[in-house]
Each structure stands twice: as structure tokens, then as C-alpha cells.
Design a binder for this molecule. Structure first.
Ligand SMILES: Cc1ncc(COP(=O)(O)O)c(C=O)c1O
Length: 388
């Protein structure tokens, strides 16, 4: 089959691919503990799900406005104002999309193209690279290291800057490393972007999953940031709403209008019932905070159990993540992780190798699963690595 050059750079999602293989093996009757997918194995909170169901029952199922229903755009603006120190609180800056993935795609596609370079600190969520490449721009990896807990520095960015650098995509708390950037670091990065005319895209999808007792900082905690900042977030992770497909971008209205115009020619809008569910999830403050609090409590327990189990595996180095949903472990002998992840799948546990994240030699384990799945999965990892 001959495809257009548009998709020469297309790589299918490695994370979704591994999860699909785990599902297929399970359908064949194999016992697989799935720690691969980037999604919480929990139910959507009832108050949010019911709002979606009510929208369907009441017939609110027509085309929604392209940038999102007013209720949700207002709820998002208020949510950001309630949970960060310096949010603009302006619904006109918000575009709702089918997940952060689409919101990011729309913004990247509208801002970057041939001749442009976009910096991506790695290890990073693999979709950043592919989305930037699909826009015709060049993704430029900025490698960060275990020794600096994977926090990118201005010096590292400066080392990869050229006169074509137009964007920087950051993700704190990080998938896959769990790295959290302090407000000071975010402030330095924002100032560096401002100095060099670089758009800063801050993917904060894991921000509320913090285990230190204090929230992970947002780019909207930085008071004197430049205009050229886009915050991306959604309901997939903190509300276990991956299948509802709701994410958003908050940025300068000109960019948001253009990104929504692009959306008007692709999906038209995110699904209406999902938007009503997300409006409840983000807009009902007391229920929202109770749901996130309960979820963080479960994840914190899993995080400790997972860390404890992996720390006892001699073949691995592991750190306790401060935030997010993943344990990120380094293979001590430095071998590539892709064959190890394949072997682990055969041994009945699905996890992700580091290669798609730009970090061969590492393994990523999702700990937002049932405790039994986590414990059994990591016991299988220990047994396999003892013998392999
Ligand atoms: C860093 C990061 N950003 C965005 C997403 C996608 O989120 P959504 O479900 O809102 O498209 C993921 C999902 O794994 C992620 O890990």
C-alpha cells in the first residue's frame, strides 16, 4: 500500500500497543498482570459519571460548540484559578478537545511547522515526538539523567537551542519518570522561553497525583511568565476518565481560536455527554477534591508497595516517585529494556520498555491498578529478573 508522505513520520502509540497485546494474551486465556497502560484501573467517580448519563437522558446530545460547552470552559477556568496561584481565570482562553492528546496536537499543529524545532526533555511521553513530527517540525530531544532526577536544566536546554527553536514541551509530574519541577525551576524555564521567543507547552495531566502532601507546581504558579505559555490538562488520570476523552488547552485566545478552527475541521468538538461529565468532575469543588483525595490515598499506598517490592530486586535501581502513576526502574546491567519487556510479557506481566520514551535500559510500571495485580505483577518481575 502506498501512503502519503504525511505519515512517513507516524509511529503508532507504543503504550497503547503494549496494552493491546496484553489484552489479546489475556483473551487467549493467559494470566497477565497489566502494568503497561497509562490509565488508572478504577471507576470514574459516580458524581461525574451521573452528570454524563443525565446529559444523555435529557437529550443534550447535539453538536457542542467547537471549543467546548460554556459550562465546561467556565469550570476549567475556575478550577485552574482555585488550584494554582496565578491562573488567568478566562474561559475564552480554553479549548476543550478529545483528550490532552488532541488539544496538544491542535496547538502544536497551529504553531510549529517545517523549519521549526521543538525541544522535548527526555525520557518523555512518546506522543510528543510524533505529534511534533506530524506537524512537519523537528522534535529535538534534550536528554536528562537519573543523577539529576530527570529534571531538565536551563543549561541543558541552552545546549540544544538553535536559531530554529520555537517550542519547548514540558511534563511535570513526568510520565514516565515521576520527576516534579519546582516552582523555581518552572520560573527559570518560563523566563528562558521568554528570552528566546520559545513557546512553552506545559502538560500537567498528572499534577493532582502528588504524594508529598503538597500539590505539584503548575506553570500557572509562576507569576511573571511570558504570554507564550499553553497549559494542557484533562480528566483522564485524576478522575479515571480515560475513555470519556476530555482534555483541554489554556492559552492566548488567538492560538486557542486557531486551534479550535483546526478542531472544527477534524472532530468538530469533543463528545457532548463527556463534556457534561467533565464539567461536573472539575466544577463541583467539594466532590472533586474528595474524589481526588480518595484516589491519591489509594495510589500512595500502591506506590509504597510497588517501590518496596521493586527495591528488593537486585537487577533494578528504583526511586520512590513523588507524583504521577509510574514506577520507573533502571536495569543495573545497562542492557536494552525492549527484550526484557518482551520476556516479562511472556512471564505474565505487561510493562513498558524505556525505548519509546527515549530511555533504553529502563522499565515503566503503572501502579494505578488493583493492589493484587500490582503485587502479583511485581512478584513476577522479581522472579523473571532473577533468572534472566
Ligand atoms: C504525559 C501525558 N500527556 C497526555 C496524555 C494523554 O492524555 P489524554 O487521555 O487526555 O489524551 C498521557 C496519557 O498517557 C500522558 O501520559
Amino acid at each position: 500500500m502506498r501512503f502519503s508522505p504525511n505519515v512517513d513520520v507516524l509511529k503508532p502509540s507504543a503504550t497503547l500497543g503494549f496494552a493491546a497485546r496484553a489484552r489479546a494474551l489475556r483473551a487467549e486465556g493467559k494470566s497477565i498482570m497489566d502494568l503497561s497502560a497509562g490509565e488508572p484501573a478504577f471507576r470514574t467517580p459516580d458524581f461525574a459519571a451521573q452528570a454524563g448519563i443525565r446529559a444523555i437522558e435529557e437529550g443534550r446530545t447535539k453538536y457542542p460548540p467547537t471549543p467546548g460547552i460554556p459550562e465546561l470552559r467556565s469550570a476549567i477556568a475556575s478550577y485552574l484559578a482555585e488550584t494554582t496561584a496565578h491562573a488567568p481565570d478566562d474561559p475564552g482562553r480554553i479549548m476543550v478537545s478529545a483528550g490532552v492528546k488532541q488539544a496538544l496536537f491542535n496547538c502544536v499543529y497551529c504553531l510549529f511547522g517545517p523549519e521549526d524545532e521543538v525541544l522535548i526533555p527526555t525520557p518523555a511521553w512518546p506522543s510528543y515526538e510524533t505529534i511534533v513530527a506530524l506537524a512537519g517540525a523537528t522534535p529535538v530531544a534534550v536528554p536528562t539523567s537519573w543523577d539529576t532526577a530527570f529534571r531538565v536544566s536551563v543549561a541543558e536546554l541552552e545546549g540544544r537551542r538553535s536559531d530554529r527553536t520555537r517550542g519547548l514541551i514540558i511534563n511535570s509530574p513526568s510520565n514516565p519518570t515521576g520527576a516534579v519541577y519546582s516552582t523555581e525551576l518552572l520560573s527559570e524555564l518560563a523566563a528562558w522561553c521568554g528570552r528566546h521567543g520559545v513557546w512553552l507547552m506545559s502538560d500537567e495531566i498528572y499534577r493532582r497525583l502528588s504524594y508529598t502532601g503538597v500539590a505539584a507546581p503548575s506553570i500557572y504558579d509562576v507569576p511573571d511568565r511570558p504570554e507564550e505559555v499553553i497549559l494542557l490538562d484533562g480528566v483522564s488520570k485524576a478522575f479515571a476518565m480515560t475513555g470519556w476523552r476530555i482534555g483541554f488547552a489554556d492559552g492566548p485566545p488567538d492560538v486557542i481560536r486557531k486551534a479550535a478552527d483546526l478542531q472544527s475541521q477534524t472532530t468538530s468538538a469533543a463528545a457532548a455527554p463527556s463534556q457534561y461529565a467533565a464539567a461536573a468532575a472539575l466544577g463541583q469543588r467539594a466532590a472533586r477534591e474528595a474524589a481526588i483525595g480518595a484516589f491519591v490515598e489509594i495510589l500512595d499506598r500502591n506506590r509504597r508497595i510497588g517501590f518496596e517490592l521493586l527495591s528488593r530486586v537486585p537487577a533494578l535501581d528504583v526511586r520512590e516517585p513523588e507524583a504521577g502513576m509510574y514506577l520507573f526502574a533502571r536495569l543495573r546491567d545497562g542492557r536494552p529494556s525492549a527484550p526484557v519487556a518482551e520476556g516479562l510479557l511472556e512471564a505474565g506481566v505487561a510493562c513498558l520498555p524505556g525505548e519509546p520514551f527515549g530511555s533504553p535500559g529502563y522499565l515503566r510500571f503503572n501502579f494505578a491498578v488493583d493492589e493484587e495485580v500490582l503485587s502479583e505483577g511485581l512478584a513476577r518481575v522479581a522472579r523473571y529478573l532473577e533468572s534472566a
